[in-house]
Structures are given as C-alpha cells and as structure tokens.
Write a protein that binds this ligand. Sequence first.
Ligand SMILES: Cc1cc2nc3c(=O)[nH]c(=O)nc-3n(C[C@H](O)[C@H](O)[C@H](O)COP(=O)(O)O)c2cc1C
Length: 213
Amino acid sequence: MAIKVMLVNGGPHKNGTTNRALDEIEKALTEDGIEVGRFWVGAKPIAGCIGCQYCATHEGECTFHDVVNEFNHIAADYDGFIFGTPVHYAAASGATTSFMDRSFYSQALGGVNIYPFKPAASVVVARRGGCSSTFDQLNKYYTIVQMPIISSSYWNMVYGNSAEDAEQDAEGLRTMRVLGHNMAYHLKCQKAGEAAGILPPAPEPAARTNFIR
Ligand SMILES: Cc1cc2nc3c(=O)[nH]c(=O)nc-3n(C[C@H](O)[C@H](O)[C@H](O)COP(=O)(O)O)c2cc1C
C-alpha cells in the first residue's frame, strides 16, 4: 500500500510563500515514491477551541463543523504530516493555531487519535523575523502525542514575502528538499519495522495529575 504524507498550508494565501515551501517538499517526497496530499486551511476565519469537550463524547468530532472536521476525516488515512505556516507577529498565523489546537485536541479527547507515532514536521515562512519561535511553537503539538519529529539540514524555514521571493532563498528551498527526503526515509524505515513485527509500545494506563492536587 502507498505511503502517504499530508502537507498542510496554514497560510491565508493559497499560492503564497508557505505553499511554495511545501511544493519543494512535495517534489522530494514524490521522487522517493511517497504519495502526497495537500490541504489548505483557507482564508475564512477559523474559530479557536472553546474547550466545550463536545469532541470527547462525539468520537473526535469538533462542535464547529468546519474545515477542521473535514481535515480530521481525510487525515486519518495519512502516515505522516507536515504543517506549514507563515509567521504572523513572531508566531504561527491565527488560523494555523486555531486549526491545530482544534484538530489535535479533538482527536486526543475523542480517543480516535490520528496522530500518535506518525512522523511530523513543521515549516515556517516569513519576510524577516520570528521563524525560530514559530518553529518551536508548532513542534509542541507533535511532542504531546508521541509523534517523532523529522528534521532537516537547518531549521525548516524559508524567507520571502511572496512565492516569487522564496525562489531566491536557495538554502531555504534546499532545507525543504532535505526534509522531504528525510520524511520519506523515516517512513520507509517505520513501515519496514512494522512489516518485521516492530510495533509501537503498548500504552500505559493514564495518570493525570494537575498541579493543585
Ligand atoms: C498579520 C501579519 C503578521 C506578520 N508578521 C510577520 C512577522 O512577525 N515577521 C515576518 O518576518 N513577517 C511577518 N509577516 C509577513 C509574512 O510572514 C510573509 O509575508 C509570508 O511570506 C506570508 O506567507 P503566505 O504567503 O504563505 O501567507 C506578517 C504578515 C501578516 C499578514
């Protein structure tokens, strides 16, 4: 069966800088025989998580029936994920944050988690500043749900104010290609391991302690 990686454009521009960075990753993945899915979060407002816990009793469905539920259904079928965002005020775009908060939270609470043990990576683009903090921000989503993070030869950032600008960032585009090849390599190793009977560890019983108890 084909190995599939989902590339998410969390920026407001369908064909903007984030999309250009993801194109470069797609080329590398395709070269290595990986099937690629693309998802754009769109340019309409995306509500943030309101902590209503609806997802906990509705198999991971979010109470807002929008692009997040649409994505969760499609994403369940994928083996790896790369989330891309433009930098907005030295952080991920508001849409990316709302989208990822609700996708990761609803899946975890709904107990139909599409994410654990699937490799993930973040891609950030900016005109000038804030890439490192944004990169750290996105990587937090993966490390709370047991997703191995795939790295590249530099932190995954591309500079530019537009897709055309990004063409000039040779190092950034190289970083994207290396990331794509590394993701393909990791997934092939993981699938070979699974075929040889190496499976993720059995989950430990939950232990949930808040600071006040
Ligand atoms: C609301 C807003 C805030 C931004 N903040 C930053 C910033 O903090 N640092 C920066 O370098 N660029 C900033 N930018 C510029 C974008 O990161 C840049 O134009 C990027 O290439 C857009 O990617 P996209 O085409 O995928 O949306 C900001 C843009 C917007 C719309």
